[in-house]
Ligand binder design. Structure first.
Ligand code: NOJ
Length: 517
């Protein structure tokens, strides 16, 4: 184990790399990424300079939502390997100094989970049904759903079963919501955490962390309703995270959890990271912001205001497997990639933990997956007009044609014909590639940000730019349309995301780090 414990917990200022397991590396040639594939590519991630990886769900699942529909929380889906493959991958990661966090999906199970099978076989009002949210319908014969809640993926949040009752699913109908008012559900999920902690994982990413509890009277939603919402962010959820925090703390090695909590306000977001709750919560404000210096400034100010309420440290996220890739969001093409690099360099200068999504380091853009090949249930239920498949296309590793070294089989989603220049192999051979830029940025981050203060000082800067100082590190990002003057305090240039930093000026679509004068 190369991992050592220092005074600050490892996760506080880490760079965590999200691995979308089915799209990272295919070790067995079936066209789907797997744990063996991940293990083989871990040296690449060590060389890139990430501190930790987050693995999306690899548990047995019918894969209706690509693993976010778990049928067995304590095993590995044969599609992705075995528990022995998991243990081997974890050991290799730790040998390379990389921590591993895994996804836990507590809001819902798969409809193929044994509990749901039991619930369907049992009578209304039975203990087996009480693990989920079953209700009688409304209307004369109960033919209408119990209320008007809609699924995040589109359509009603209720599905009827043959005996006439309805069950709640805030996502797909194959993802029935668990009933967190039931103690058995608590005991089960606590035990699931223990199972993976005992295997040695360093932490968890908690899916739909603001879900879990629904107000028991299931009040209907009114048009234009604002928070508080009867199905999200209920106060009781924090008791779960207090207990999980104690559980995490009962293990050695700074085990942690990061919440995917889409809470409506900065105050609500901060509640998930109170000192006795989870260590981190994803901060999605940057991911939602346009390419704009003013917007970036607001993200940074608001984030510090939010985490400051509870004395927490921030997280920063530009991309993940649920959203359009940032190079495309920022306009696409060479300018989009340049902007994505600039945004990443800005994020990496900030205190706290940065989350990268696989392929971000290659400057991948969103892929236009043909509609008939799209697999995302949110596309098929109508909530996502394009679907989320376009950011989930497998990683290009090497070679000139698909599947670009992803594996030997036909990849589960088609890979674009023009990715030869974007492969890891091609970019490793090119000093000016996006990959080499990320490598340099992560290395420099390790060198120059150690010991820097956890606060930043915003600097006055030219129109169209955003600049801040953290100790003696100065970061400037230029989102304007013309070359802009750098702040006087920007001294020696340490790293720039593009060529245009010279003579005291910075070009558009560029960010740079400087040593303060
Ligand atoms: C959030 C996950 O990131 C997303 O991929 C999934 O569809 C939903 N939660 C439901 O589990």
């Amino acid at each position: 184990m190369q991992i050592t414990t220092s005074a600050a917990p490892w996760w506080q200022h880490s760079v965590c790399y999200e691995i979308y397991v089915r799209s990272f590396a295919d070790g067995n040639g079936d066209g789907v990424g797997d744990l063996v594939g991940i293990e083989q590519r871990l040296p690449y991630l060590a060389d890139l300079g990430v501190d930790s990886v987050w693995l999306t769900p690899f548990y047995p699942s019918p894969q209706h939502d690509h693993g976010y529909d778990v049928a067995d929380y304590r095993d590995v889906d044969p599609l992705f390997g075995t528990l022995a493959d998991f243990d081997a991958m974890l050991a290799t990661a730790h040998d390379l100094g990389i921590r591993v966090i895994v996804d836990v999906v507590p809001n819902h199970t798969s409809s193929e989970h044994p509990w749901f099978h039991e619930a369907l076989a049992a009578a209304p009002g039975s203990p087996a049904r009480d693990r989920y949210v079953f209700r009688d319908g409304t209307g004369r014969n109960g033919e209408r759903p119990p209320n008007n809640w809609v699924s995040v993926f589109g359509g009603p949040a209720w599905t009827r079963v043959p005996d006439g009752q309805w069950y709640l699913h805030l996502f797909d109908s194959q993802q029935p919501d668990l009933n967190w008012w039931n103690d058995e559900v608590h005991a089960e999920l606590d035990d699931v955490l223990r199972f993976w902690l005992d295997r040695g994982v360093d932490g968890f990413r908690v899916d739909v962390a603001h879900g879990l509890y629904k107000q028991p009277d299931l009040v209907p939603r009114k048009r234009g309703d604002r928070l508080p919402h009867p199905m999200w962010d209920q106060p009781e959820v924090h008791e779960v995270y207090r207990r999980w925090r104690k559980l995490l703390d009962s293990y050695d090695g700074d085990r942690m959890a990061v919440a995917e909590a889409c809470a409506g306000t900065p105050e609500a977001m901060a509640r998930y990271i109170r000192p006795d709750e989870l260590q981190q919560t994803f901060n999605f404000t940057w991911l939602e912001a346009p390419w704009s210096a003013a917007a970036f400034r607001k993200v940074v100010v608001d984030t510090f205001a939010s985490v400051g309420l509870v004395g927490g440290t921030p997280t920063w996220v530009l991309s993940n497997h649920d959203v359009v890739r940032e190079s495309t969001r920022y306009g696409g093409g060479p300018a989009g990639v340049a902007r994505a690099k600039a945004a990443a360099l800005t994020m990496l200068a900030l205190p706290g933990s940065s989350y990268l999504y696989q392929g971000e380091e290659l400057g991948l853009e969103q892929v236009d997956v043909p509609p008939h090949l799209r697999q995302d249930p949110a596309y098929h239920r109508g909530a996502e007009p394009e679907g989320r498949d376009g950011c989930r296309v497998p990683m290009p590793w090497s070679g000139d044609t698909a599947p670009y070294g992803f594996g030997t089989g036909e990849p589960w989603l088609p890979m674009p014909d023009d990715w030869a220049g974007l492969t890891v192999e091609a970019q490793q051979a090119d000093e000016h590639s996006t990959l080499q830029f990320f490598r340099r940025a992560l290395r420099l981050r390790r060198e120059v940000t150690v010991g820097l203060p956890d606060q930043v000082q915003l600097l006055d800067s030219a129109p169209g730019t955003f600049a801040f100082r953290r100790g003696d590190l100065v970061c400037v990002v230029s989102c304007g349309s013309r070359t802009a003057r750098l702040p006087d305090v920007a001294g020696e240039l340490l790293l720039a995301s593009g060529d245009g930093v010279a003579d005291g000026r910075i070009a558009p679509d560029t960010a740079a780090w400087f040593r303060a004068r």
